[in-house]
Unconditional design. Structure first.
Length: 263
């Protein structure tokens, strides 16, 4: 299984949204090439292809923003007209913050990505994502939509896409199960960062988004279910190669070991 390809599963479940099948890293991450391009980029041109790497890198760490020249700061005002219906989202942001939010949205689109539009608009979703990132140390990808995977993977880590098929009863060897589980573990498993996804602070931020919060929560729950089922597949495949009389004892031992190793 390649991270840039698809994954077949032996499970049958209801998918609320096809976009859930795209398993992105928990936090927005860019490729090494994009990191290098961001270090070299100079914000002097209105063409996003000239400096988009800089704004993608800013999403990785929104605390790192440099002040563009005054001409560019003034030029951003005409773009803000697109977000007139989102005035409450724009209010309170400095010119530099406005500049980075708008350019980051343009840069995501440039590389084949998009922010899922929430009630109140895409700009509002971006603003909330950045506020979370400043608290959590990273931009959560649960609001990211991959529109062009071939283009996006050149600049950003877009994880993998599950390919759910009705193949119940398909026997997985231990090697196949581990190969299926390992990349999912790297993408979905909790990290050492401050994972405040369910914190009261973020819930307060999202009360006004209602339906959007439900969508994001279900996407997060789907990711967790995928990982849990993949873990179970590993255990079952190992048990299938053990003596039947030892299976129950071995299952208990394996579950404890997996829990300790990966939780």
């Amino acid at each position: 299984m390649e991270l840039e390809g698809s994954v077949q599963t032996t499970m049958e479940w209801r998918i609320d949204d096809e976009e859930y099948l795209r398993i992105l890293p928990r936090y927005f991450a860019i490729t090494e090439e994009t990191k290098k391009a961001a270090e070299r980029s100079i914000i002097t041109d209105e063409d996003p292809s000239k400096y988009f790497a800089h704004f993608l890198a800013w999403l990785v760490d929104p605390l790192k923003a440099t002040r563009p020249n005054e001409v560019l700061l003034r030029s951003i005002r005409h773009e803000i007209e697109k977000f007139e219906d989102e005035y409450t989202s724009i209010r309170g942001l400095s010119d530099i913050e406005l500049f980075y939010h708008v350019k980051a949205l343009r840069s995501l689109h440039h590389v084949g990505l998009q922010i899922r539009s929430a009630p109140g608009g895409t700009f509002k979703a971006m603003k909330i994502g950045v506020e979370r990132a400043r608290d959590m140390g990273g931009f959560l990808t649960n609001c990211i939509i991959v529109e062009n995977a071939c283009k996006a993977r050149q600049y950003v880590d877009i994880g993998l896409r599950l390919d759910v098929e009705d193949i119940e009863g398909y026997p997985m060897t231990v090697e196949e199960a581990v190969k299926y589980y390992s990349p999912l573990l790297g993408l979905v498993a909790p990290t050492t960062r401050n994972n405040a996804f369910k914190s009261n602070k973020l819930e307060r931020l999202d009360r006004e988004l209602d339906t959007e919060w439900i969508w994001l929560s279900r996407r997060e729950a789907f990711r967790s279910e995928v990982l849990e089922r993949a873990r179970g597949t590993v255990i079952d495949s190992v048990l299938g190669e053990l003596d039947t009389e030892q299976s129950q004892y071995s299952r208990d031992v394996l579950k404890k070991r997996v829990q300790i190793a990966y939780d």
